[in-house]
Design a protein around this ligand. Structure first.
Ligand code: ATP
Ligand code: MG
Length: 414
């Protein structure tokens, strides 16, 4: 019997590495998430790799967990890339349609997207995605899908998303050193959006905000197009630091306090609860009030959201996104955070969870797995009917992986 095809997504975060595994039904092609695994992430700071060795060991641990869960070896993965080095720019490409009868084929679209990549990318940056916004054929503008139409001149307006070459190389190296091939590299928040946002939300105007440990990523859609891609170097670990300072505890205790007792003021209500620190760590003395804890958390949450709102203002969308803001990342589970988001953004707010995906795993409906699950969905959506994921970056990744294989061989030889 032929093995069912598996698609794996790997999200290497600052604090946690998460892997999602999807199985593609051989008869229907339908995707089911059959495995979710996570483990501590070491050697990553602010979304970028600081120690290859530590990251490789961390990935290997989570990979083994995922393999046990699904009962199969995982050979390749769609990987997320994140960090404040990720930037976006607009670009245009123009080509002459190849066929004499003027019918536009897939290879014309590939060529025009390639032409759009001829932008000036800083020397230490690489293009990660070329996302078409709209096409024009001769004088007809605003075309979403030009394949099958006729014309002489095909033009595209695209969004180019770039990342720093060194980060891309370190990430691909760490992943390949654990024995994973890389099917594709996808900007983390695009993967989150793939899993959590509906086409309707993207048309109306929506901001996806992923609050990670050390980064907060923003992705804004309107009329189906990406309006803004931004990664800010602040996140939920700043809340932990504030708690450690405010309650004079060590970082680990502060982290445990945040996850166990943390909330915002509105979620706390009139509570006058006092918590003994010894309940969290027997070596700690004293107590704290949950109200004071909520004040600390709320102040930082407001600050982070205000920084995000400033980005929305820079594109004229502050208070102006009809489908509101969707929060993801593990910190999105913090009780009362949505209320703070609604107030600061003056918009509706919700927690993002994967939409329309089959799975019997309970954890799938939580905001921290949106990136890993989104990677699997991305791999599924971009795979060739015959099997494995492809994209226009495919060849480039093949070259990168070939380069990595050479360095692995060198390591083994030395
Ligand atoms: N239940 C919870 N309530 C509040 N905060 C939480 C909860 N669970 C986890 N967190 C916080 O979420 C943060 C981790 O989020 P996440 O796992 O999404 O980050 P990451 O992907 O590792 O980091 P990044 O995306 O910045 O690289 C930590 O700061 C953690 O304290
Ligand atoms: Mg993350």
């Amino acid at each position: 019997m032929a093995h069912a095809e598996l698609i794996t997504g790997i999200d290497i975060g600052t604090s946690i590495i998460r892997i999602a595994v999807g199985e593609v039904a051989p008869d229907t092609g339908e995707l089911t998430i059959i495995g979710l695994a996570e483990g501590e992430s070491r050697g990553v700071s602010r979304g970028t790799i600081r120690s290859i060795e530590e990251v490789v060991a961390s990935i290997a641990r989570v990979k083994t967990r995922a393999e046990k869960m699904v009962g199969a070896q995982l050979s390749s993965a769609v990987a997320a890339i994140s960090g404040s080095h990720i930037t976006a720019q607009e670009s245009k490409g123009v080509i002459a349609v190849a066929r004499a009868d003027g019918e536009i084929r897939e290879d014309d679209v590939e060529r025009v997207l390639e032409a759009a990549q001829a932008v000036s990318v800083p020397s230490n940056y690489e293009i990660i995605h070329v996302l078409p916004r709209r096409f024009s054929i001769d004088n007809q503008t605003d075309i979403k899908d030009p394949i099958g139409m006729n014309g002489v001149r095909l033009e595209v307006e695209a969004q180019i998303i770039e990342g720093q070459s060194s980060h891309i190389k370190n990430l691909t190296k760490a992943i390949t050193l654990t024995g994973f091939g890389i099917d594709d590299l996808v900007v983390a928040m695009l993967a989150s959006a793939e899993a959590t946002l509906s086409e309707r939300q993207k048309d109306l105007g929506v901001a996806m905000i992923n609050i990670g440990a050390a980064t907060t990523s923003i992705l804004v859609f309107e009329e189906g197009d990406i309006m803004l891609v931004k990664v800010l170097p602040v996140g939920a670990s700043h809340v932990t630091n504030d708690i450690a300072i405010g309650l004079r505890t060590n970082i680990d205790t502060a982290e445990a306090i945040k996850v166990q007792y943390g909330s915002t003021l509105s979620a706390l209500g009139r509570s006058t609860d006092e918590i003994q620190l010894s309940q969290i760590d027997e070596r700690e003395e004293g107590s704290f009030s949950r109200k004071y804890l909520a004040e600390i958390i709320e102040a930082r949450a407001e600050e982070i959201f205000s920084m995000v709102d400033k980005e929305l203002r820079s594109i004229g969308r502050s208070g102006k996104l009809p489908a509101g803001v969707i929060l993801s990342g593990a910190a999105a589970s913090l009780p009362g955070l949505l209320e703070v988001a609604k107030r600061v953004f003056r918009l509706p707010a919700g927690v993002g969870v994967p939409l329309g995906i089959n799975s019997a795993i309970e954890k799938i409906s939580s905001p921290e797995y949106t990136t890993a699950v989104g990677l699997v969905m991305w791999g599924h959506a971009n795979r060739e009917p015959s099997g494995y994921p492809i994209n226009i970056n495919g060849l480039k990744w093949f070259a990168v992986i070939a380069e990595q294989m050479k360095s692995i061989v060198r390591i083994f030889k030395s």
